[in-house]
Design a protein around this ligand. Structure first.
Ligand code: TGC
Ligand code: FAD
Length: 391
């Protein structure tokens, strides 16, 4: 990839809304991405491998559990800082943000929120430092958008449960040390539990041949009579357990998507000024300006949406439905910008010289995971009409 010359657009001086701490967090994350992610990410995406060597640096940034209290190893930051970190990581690559999202919101969050004090002390500091990596198993081969139908199940066997079933499309699964897994008990209630690599009957085969999120490892979780000690169970029952974690991850994605969009816009703007056709820079053509003007408008709107949602989250007032709106809007916005930026780069846009095609392909996963574009629309639809159109 060409040298990373990224300059963030800030058309409405959104910077003025951030505290000095937010700006420091952002500068640190931005510098780290430029130094550590940009020079290697294209190579790792091309060879479809997660760059494990970034784990220590991610932990050092506070990207694992940004809002988890310091007493458990987290960075103790607010929700805006958490969002800013996700924005900067996804500016580098959605797969890197994915790894941090899963570790923070889908593994550390449930252990912090639904775990016993013993579980918090045992797992959170090691997850915050990156010594242990985690994954989150909700989706199954036949239950994606409707996790309430899951077939994975546990049976009571005295001091432990016996777990059977499988999960699919699980980020970080191939190398995770622990897995937060959701399965139904004998009463049909969804329960959460912490599995550790090496438990007999627990395997994590890798999923190959992805065209998207290639620098993130994806796999299955297979449970064949796994004995789960009762001390590994989380203290929550029902679908609200896993969905509560998704609120936090979806919020982070709404910021992350802005990062990917900013990178595509910035690259397209620079390219349009440098690329000469018909004797002048292509930035001088009205059709190019339409694309760029619309991009920066949509980015600006999304930046403001994120900031406001973050403030609501800081105040404990953000609803799941508001989070759905931001995730849906911002990911679609980023995908559209990636496609438009690809056009501005002409043929160069399909190469690894520029980050555009990688962002575009990544965003095809981001628009599907953590609730598809359609599911989030139905969540908003139900919120405003009071009518359930899911089934
Ligand atoms: P429904 O009857 O509506 O609700 C069941 C219970 O859950 C509560 N609830 C929520 N609680 C917290 N947060 C939310 N967002 C919640 N949404 C609902 C609800 O109040 C109820 O509680 P209670 O106490 O009455 O039992 O459930 P439903 O079965 O009709 O489903 C609703 C639907 C379709 C919106 C939900 O299933 C859904 O969101 N589906 C999408 C599935 C999804 O997002 N999967 C993501 C898997 S993880 C992933 O993709 C990680 S990618 C990671 C990466 O690499 O970054
Ligand atoms: P389906 O649910 O089969 O949906 C197929 C299509 O039907 C979609 O367009 C959908 O919007 C539409 N549809 C479904 N129901 C309705 C409806 N009621 N009304 C209208 N349209 C509908 N999951 C995890 O648990 N953990 C992870 O770490 C994880 N990581 C992932 C990483 C990647 C790279 C990917 C691609 C996925 C990951 N997922 C993970 C799974 C992801 O959450 C699911 O793919 C997603 O929830 C959608 O499920 P599905 O793929 O089975 O699609």
């Amino acid at each position: 990839m060409a040298t990373d010359r990224f300059q963030a657009p800030d058309y409405y001086q959104v910077d003025d809304l951030f505290t000095d701490e937010h700006k420091l967090v952002r500068q640190t994350a931005r510098d780290w991405v430029k130094k550590e992610v940009s020079p290697i990410i294209e190579e790792y995406a091309q060879k479809a491998e997660f760059p494990k060597k970034l784990i220590k640096g991610l932990a050092g940034l506070g990207a694992f559990g940004p809002y988890i209290p310091a007493e458990y190893g987290g960075a103790g930051l607010d929700q805006i800082s958490y969002g800013i970190i996700m924005q900067e990581l996804e500016r580098g690559d959605s797969g890197i943000r994915s790894t941090a999202s899963v570790q923070s919101s889908l593994v550390m969050f449930p252990i912090y929120t639904y775990g016993t004090e013993e579980q918090r002390k045992k797992f959170l500091p090691k997850l915050a430092s990156g010594e242990w990596m985690g994954c989150f198993g909700l989706t199954e081969p036949n239950h994606g958008s409707n996790p309430s139908g899951m077939l994975s199940n546990i049976k009571d066997a005295g001091d432990h449960y016996i777990l059977n079933g499988s999960k699919m499309w699980i980020s970080n699964a191939p190398f995770a040390d622990i897995a937060v897994v959701w399965a139904k008990d004998e009463a049909g209630e969804i329960r959460g539990m912490i599995l550790q690599r090496g438990m007999p009957g627990f395997t994590t085969p890798e999923t190959h041949n992805k065209w998207s999120l290639r620098a993130s490892a994806t796999g299955e979780l297979v449970f064949d009579n796994v004995q789960v000690p009762k001390s590994q169970m989380l203290q929550v029952k029902g679908l609200k357990g896993p969905l509560g974690c998704l609120n936090s991850a979806r919020y982070g994605i709404s910021w992350g998507a802005v990062g990917a969009a900013m990178d595509c816009y910035d690259s397209a703007l620079r390219y349009s000024k440098e690329r000469i056709q018909f004797g002048k820079p292509i930035s001088g053509f009205q059709l190019t300006q339409k694309k760029l003007a619309e991009m920066v408008t949509e980015i600006t709107k999304a930046q403001l949406l994120c900031w406001r949602l973050g403030m609501l989250k800081n105040a404990g007032k953000a609803t799941p439905q508001q989070i759905s709106m931001a995730k849906r809007n911002n990911v679609e916005m980023a995908l559209h910008i990636a496609r438009e930026a690809r056009q501005i780069h002409g043929a160069m846009g399909i190469t690894g010289e520029y980050p555009i095609m990688r962002h575009m392909m990544n965003l095809e996963s981001v628009i599907t995971y953590e609730g598809t574009h359609e599911i989030h629309l139905l969540i908003t639809g139900m919120d405003v009409t009071g009518e359930n159109a899911f089934n």
